[in-house]
Design a binder for this molecule. Structure first.
Ligand code: ZN
Length: 282
């Protein structure tokens, strides 16, 4: 009998939009983010997917801020004796395409996000990922040997994945993150999962997160469908239960518990590197 594959838990503790007004638990300063990454690693997260904020707590793609935050995160995890894969965002429709990739060579994370298409985000703004940007980002990932976390928000994006894979901008095996239930994207339901999974290139690994109220249902559905990973964190959902605000570490601990209940062992950061074929640069 073969062992069930180990489950990779990703923490997305910050995000671009979660505010202090929504939850006091969202980490915004470099020190807060570093402390939360350590807490998430201790709770069982193998990967930390990070955004950074400016002095006012607003989303920024400024390279200096990434350097400051990642420096603190790397020091904090080393001091705490924990290990976690760093995955830095490249999203940020309000920023130049140059700036959105400038932190990658500066910091050499093991992973970065890759959003293969544009959409109207929650009826509020255009989540913009131009064809030129996707070619540039794919090329940069290949050059630097940084593995893309390909975030699938909408049905058309899976077709774009096939396009960029065929054109050589995405190198197999791919790792896809199904990010479901953002208004404007695909709903968080079984129909979405059933549509997307058969279209992932053979040999891909995949993880799942549901935004807001679909957070727990999508974790359970993902486990039932044999996902390689779960993503949790205040980027995607701020509640532990109705009316009960969560900390990032609590959300990670719950994902670990769900995985364990489903018969899965939890991957360490080193095991996640092996499963995903990551190159640790520094
Ligand atoms: Zn993100």
């Amino acid at each position: 009998m073969t062992m069930a594959k180990k489950l990779i838990v990703t923490a997305a503790p910050v995000g671009a939009g979660t505010t202090r007004a929504q939850t006091p638990h969202v980490p915004l300063t470099p020190d807060e983010i570093a402390a939360d990454v350590v807490a998430c690693a201790k709770a069982g997260a193998a990967i930390a997917h990070l955004h950074v904020r400016d002095e006012n707590g607003k989303n920024t793609m400024a390279t200096e801020k990434f350097v400051e935050v990642v420096g603190k995160v790397r020091k904090a995890i080393a001091d705490a004796g924990v290990d976690v894969v760093l995955n830095l965002t490249t999203s940020g429709s309000a920023f130049s395409e140059e700036l959105r990739v400038a932190h990658l060579p500066a910091l050499m994370p093991e992973m970065c996000s890759y959003d293969p298409g544009s959409m109207n985000w929650a009826n509020s703004y255009v989540f913009l990922n131009t064809p030129a940007f996707l070619e540039k980002l794919g090329t940069k990932c290949k050059e630097l040997n940084i593995k893309p976390e390909i975030e699938i928000f909408d049905a058309g994006m899976i077709g774009n994945v096939e396009y960029y894979r065929t054109k050589g901008f995405l190198q197999e095996p791919l790792h896809c993150q199904l990010v479901l239930d953002v208004p404007g994207g695909m709903p968080g339901n079984l129909e979405s999962i059933a549509y997307l999974l058969p279209k992932l290139p053979r040999g891909s690994t995949w993880s799942i997160t549901g935004i807001g109220k679909s957070h727990v249902p999508m974790m359970l559905a993902g486990l039932a469908a044999g996902c390689d990973g779960l993503r949790v964190g205040l980027e995607d959902n701020i509640f532990l239960a109705k009316g009960v605000l969560a900390s990032n570490a609590q959300l990670v601990a719950r994902a670990v518990e769900f995985g364990t209940m489903a018969g899965r062992e939890i991957a360490t950061a080193e095991e996640a590197r092996q499963i995903l074929g990551l190159k640790k640069h520094r």
